[in-house]
Design a protein around this ligand. Structure first.
Ligand code: SAH
Length: 348
């Protein structure tokens, strides 16, 4: 066997691991056993893989390592939401959240360290972008959240933490294939949601992956000018082209798209905005709007509208036959929205 640089074993799909094992002179079927140890039983050392031969365990530990995340801070909200702050090998900080609800537990994952996109309401972009997460680091978030959820089962995943998933496309898809695989974490594709700020080439590519995952698009405004003001990415990928790409995605995959719309007081939450939004989506059966009252982020002067204005916005959409839900805010007492914990930790 070649003695070279140690490789992170979680970077390999099952197929790739099978090939590598063959090149070791080991059996391809051992790959399934190794997957089961790492992704189902959550072990972090080859020595614990008791159904592998001693010599295979030795060779594996000479060529591979099994990495993990270091926990820096854990916060639990009175509503059960849990926020975790991790330190990566290069000392970068990332956050993930566990959101328990009736009959399900959702893990919210980060995909990048920091964020390039500087949406006006979001804390993630405040200190800029550092780097992409690797597929292995993304999977480590899942494994940690799985362990932390025990004895309950982590049932759903949303890529709605810090970063833009479709700006880190290859690593996300690689991670999802392992997370989704029955030999890996075995979380069903329909229980995995990617949320994007509207990266059109990523949406187009995703439509061809043959994955049954859920897609959410962060809309936040239904007119070009306001959307550019709230989300600078709208300059590169304007609303008109974004909506066309979403329609194409729906036509190709026959899957529903959810449009996320954060309601921010004095900015995008008036009835005129509701009217514009209903015009944009009217008659579109496979589109749904999820209204999210903004979290209070003092650095960004983002605040939610009054309750009566939130309900009026929602009712306008209902009346104009737009599928709409109103998200109940979770974990407000622990700064659970995007990037908020990393931000407060960095200030301490
Ligand atoms: N870059 C991707 C993934 C980040 S998730 C995207 O833009 O979709 C973005 C989500 O984080 C938003 O849709 C919203 O659900 C949440 N979020 C960010 N800032 C928030 C705030 N100030 N208040 C409430 N939710 C927020």
């Amino acid at each position: 066997m070649l003695v070279g640089v140690m490789q992170d074993i979680k970077e390999l799909t099952l197929k790739e691991l099978e090939e590598t094992l063959k090149s070791f002179g080991a059996n391809a079927y051992n790959a399934r056993q190794i997957f089961s140890w790492i992704y189902k039983k959550g072990v972090s050392e080859f020595a614990q893989m008791s159904d592998l031969s001693q010599s295979l365990r030795d060779s594996l530990s000479k060529s591979f390592y099994i990495s993990g995340l270091a926990i820096v801070k854990k916060l639990k909200s009175s509503d059960g939401t849990q926020k975790l702050l991790f330190k990566l090998k290069d000392a970068s900080l990332i956050e993930a959240v566990i959101i328990p609800a009736k009959g399900r537990i959702t893990g919210c994952l980060s995909t990048q360290v920091g964020c390039k996109f500087a949406c006006r309401f979001c804390a993630s972009g405040i200190s800029g972008f550092k780097r992409n997460l690797t597929s292995s680091e993304i999977i480590e978030e899942v494994l940690y959240l799985k362990r932390e959820s025990l004895p309950e089962r982590l049932t759903h995943l949303v890529f709605m933490g810090t970063g833009e998933p479709l700006d880190n496309y290859n690593e996300i898809i690689r991670a999802i294939r392992i997370i989704n695989s029955p030999d890996g974490c075995n979380i069903g594709a329909r229980r995995i949601t990617i949320s994007t700020s509207g990266i059109i080439p990523g949406i187009q590519k995703l439509a061809g992956e043959g994955l049954q995952i859920e897609l959410s698009v962060s809309l936040h405004a239904a007119g070009e000018k306001l959307r550019t003001e709230i989300m600078p990415i709208n300059e590169k990928y304007p609303l008109k082209e974004l909506i066309a790409a979403c329609k194409e995605y729906v036509a190709k995959t026959n899957r529903q798209i959810t449009f996320e719309y954060i309601l921010i007081k004095g900015l995008n939450a008036g009835l005129k905005n509701a009217q514009e939004l209903s015009k944009l989506l009217s008659g579109w059966k496979l589109a749904k709007v999820n209204l999210i009252p903004s979290n209070l982020i003092s650095e960004l002067k983002a605040a939610p509208p009054e309750k009566k204005d939130i309900l009026a916005f929602r009712d306008y959409l209902i009346k104009h036959k737009v599928n709409v839900t109103l998200r109940k805010e979770r974990g407000e007492d622990i700064n659970a929205a995007c990037g908020q914990l990393r931000l407060t930790y960095a200030k301490e």
